[in-house]
Design a protein around this ligand. Structure first.
Ligand code: NAP
Length: 281
C-alpha cells in the first residue's frame, strides 16, 4: 500500500501535518496542568507539532497550558487558536487575539479560526483577520463549524477566499460532511480539520473497529485516527492527556489501511446517502 501522506497543503501553499494535538478540557484544573504539559511536550517530541487550542477552552486555561508546553520550542509548533463568536467584532478580535498571544507567551498564532458563526457580519471578522495577518500577529486565518452554505457565503466575500481551513466534527460515526462539505472544501483546496476524531474517546471501545485494528496490531482508537488521516485533505486533531495515548496516536500515522479495511469500515460506518446539516459538539 502507498504510504499515507504525513502533511497536507494549505491554500497558501504551506504544508501542515495531518496529525495534531487537541486541547479541549485542558487547563481547567491546575493540579492536572503538569500532566497536560507533559503530554503536549511528548507529542512534540514525537513530531506531532500542530497544536489546536481556543480562548474558550478552560476560559483561557488551555492556552496557558499550551504556552508552557511550547516554551523554548515555539518554532517547532504550528499553533492554531480560535476566537469566540462573541468576540468576533473588529475591536473584539483585536483584543481577543492579544489576550491569546499573551497567555501563550508568543508573538504569533499560525492559524486563527472563528470558532463558530455568531451575530457579527462575516465581512467584519474577516477584515480584522486580514489586518492581523498583515501585522504578523497571525500567519493565517480560517473558520470552524461552517456548513457548505456558510462556506459558499464566505466565498462570495472579497476577502473570503483567504480561509485556510474549516475545522468541523468528523470521524467514522460522523460522516455527514462527505456528502457535500468535504467535496466542496477539496474542490477549493481548503483542508478540513477533523475535531473529535475518536468521538471523544467513544470509538476506542468500538468492537467492530477493534477487530479490524487487531489485523494491524493496533487499537480501535488508532484505527479511527488512521481512517481520518487516510482521507485526502483532512487533518486529525485528537486530544490525549495520557502519555500512552499520545504515543499510540503518533504511531497511528504509520498504519496503512488496505482496500479491504476501508470497505469493511464503510459497511460498519456507512457514508451519508443524503445531505445532513453539519453536526457540532
Ligand atoms: P477526541 O480527540 O475525539 O477524544 C478525546 C478523548 O479520547 C480523551 O478522553 C482521550 O483520553 C481519548 N483518547 C485520545 N487518544 C486515545 C487513544 N489512543 N486511545 C484511547 N483513548 C484516546 O475529542 P475532542 O477532545 O472533543 O476533540 C479533539 C480536539 O478537537 C479538541 O481537544 C479540540 O482541540 C478540538 N475541538 C474543536 C471543536 C470546535 O468546535 N472547533 C469542538 C470539539 C473539539 P485522555 O485525554 O485521557 O488521553
Amino acid at each position: 500500500m502507498p504510504s499515507p501522506s504525513t502533511t497536507t497543503t494549505l491554500p497558501s501553499g504551506e504544508a501542515v501535518p495531518v496529525l495534531g494535538q487537541g486541547t479541549w478540557m485542558m487547563g481547567e484544573d491546575r493540579n492536572r496542568a503538569a500532566d497536560e504539559i507533559a503530554a503536549l511536550r511528548l507529542g512534540l517530541d514525537l513530531g506531532v507539532t500542530l497544536i489546536d487550542t481556543a480562548e474558550m477552552y478552560g476560559s483561557g486555561g488551555a492556552e496557558k497550558v499550551v504556552g508552557e508546553a511550547i516554551a523554548g520550542r515555539r518554532d517547532e509548533v504550528f499553533l492554531v487558536s480560535k476566537v469566540l463568536p462573541s468576540n468576533a467584532s473588529r475591536n473584539g478580535v483585536v483584543r481577543a487575539c492579544e489576550a491569546s498571544l499573551k497567555r501563550m507567551h508568543t508573538d504569533r498564532i499560525d492559524l486563527y479560526l472563528l470558532h463558530w458563526r455568531g451575530g457579527v457580519p462575516l465581512s467584519e471578522t474577516i477584515a480584522v483577520f486580514e489586518e492581523l495577518r498583515q501585522s504578523g500577529k497571525i500567519r493565517h486565518w480560517g473558520v470552524s463549524n461552517f456548513d457548505t452554505d456558510d462556506m459558499e457565503e464566505m466565498g462570495r466575500l472579497r476577502a473570503g477566499k483567504g480561509a485556510q481551513t474549516n475545522q468541523v466534527l468528523y470521524n467514522l460515526t460522523r460522516r455527514g460532511i462527505e456528502f457535500d462539505l468535504l467535496p466542496w472544501c477539496r474542490e477549493g483546496g481548503v483542508p478540513v480539520m477533523a475535531y473529535s476524531p475518536v468521538e471523544q474517546g467513544a470509538l476506542a471501545d468500538n468492537k467492530g473497529l477493534a477487530a479490524i485494528a487487531a489485523r494491524h496490531d493496533a487499537t480501535a482508537a488508532q484505527l479511527a485516527l488512521a481512517w481520518v488521516m487516510a482521507q485526502a485533505g483532512v487533518i486529525a486533531i485528537p486530544k490525549a492527556t495520557r502519555l500512552e495515548h499520545v504515543r499510540q496516536n503518533a504511531a497511528a500515522r504509520d498504519i496503512r489501511l488496505t482496500p479491504e479495511d476501508l470497505a469493511e469500515l464503510d459497511r460498519l460506518f456507512p457514508p451519508p446517502a443524503r445531505k445532513r446539516p453539519l453536526e457540532m459538539i
